[in-house]
Design a protein around this ligand. Structure first.
Ligand SMILES: [Zn+2]
Length: 213
């Protein structure tokens, strides 16, 4: 008997080809001219924020500021496909270079320092995160969890570091909002973007690896 418990309707993601549910509860993502799967969406979250998408010339900054829309909604399947292909090439090279040494690693795309206010994150977290570096990047391999002992790989040297928190880049929520709500998962797996809060005030540059042996 089919009926309610019949086979779910699926269709392939136009970017990666994986089957995705097309039902109402599916978390696939509508873009300008199609629907992509959640995995492909997560490859782009954080990295391709509004400013980056505007740099690519996909749409005008004034449209975005007024509408506050999700940039992914303006990108075509073709544009997303070429971006993800580039990311996959970089990832394959990083895995070939470092996969034998580290079980988990992330390449730093962006590094910035934070000093959150006690009124925003509570006294304890404000103290813990004062003048700490945040590294955003794609988890190329393995996974990162809050509290992990990792290393910064900089010019071939390893500097030990503790991961104070992990904030996965999901949806259109920015770093500050995620940090304040503190409702995020405290881990991030391969093929997703994340912000890692590290217990250092310096020593990380764009392109460095954060890695776990
Ligand atoms: Zn996909």
């Amino acid at each position: 008997m089919m009926g309610l418990f019949g086979k779910k309707k699926t269709e392939p993601c136009p970017v990666c080809g994986r089957e995705m549910d097309s039902g109402i509860l599916s978390n696939s993502k509508a873009v300008a001219d199609g629907i992509i799967c959640h995995d492909c969406e997560l490859m782009l979250r954080g990295k391709f924020d509004v400013e980056t998408i505007v740099e690519f010339g996909f749409f005008d900054i004034n449209d975005v500021k007024e509408k506050r829309h999700d940039p992914l909604r303006y990108m075509t399947v073709g544009q997303i496909k070429s971006l993800i292909e580039k990311l996959r090439e970089t990832q394959a090279k990083a895995v070939a270079d470092f996969g034998g040494t580290y079980r988990s690693f992330l390449t730093a795309d962006e590094v910035f320092m934070i000093t959150p206010k006690a009124t925003e994150v509570g006294l304890k977290r404000a103290k813990e995160m004062k003048n700490k570096l945040v590294v955003r990047g794609l988890v190329q391999s393995g996974s990162f969890c809050k509290g992990d002992a990792a290393v910064i790989v900089h010019d071939g040297n390893e500097i030990p570091v503790t991961v104070l928190d992990v904030i996965p880049c999901e949806g259109v929520v920015d770093f500050k909002t995620s940090l304040q709500s503190n409702m995020h998962k405290k881990e991030a797996a391969a093929d997703t973007n994340a912000w890692l809060i590290l217990d250092v005030s310096s020593g990380v540059k764009d392109g460095d690896l954060i890695a776990i042996r």
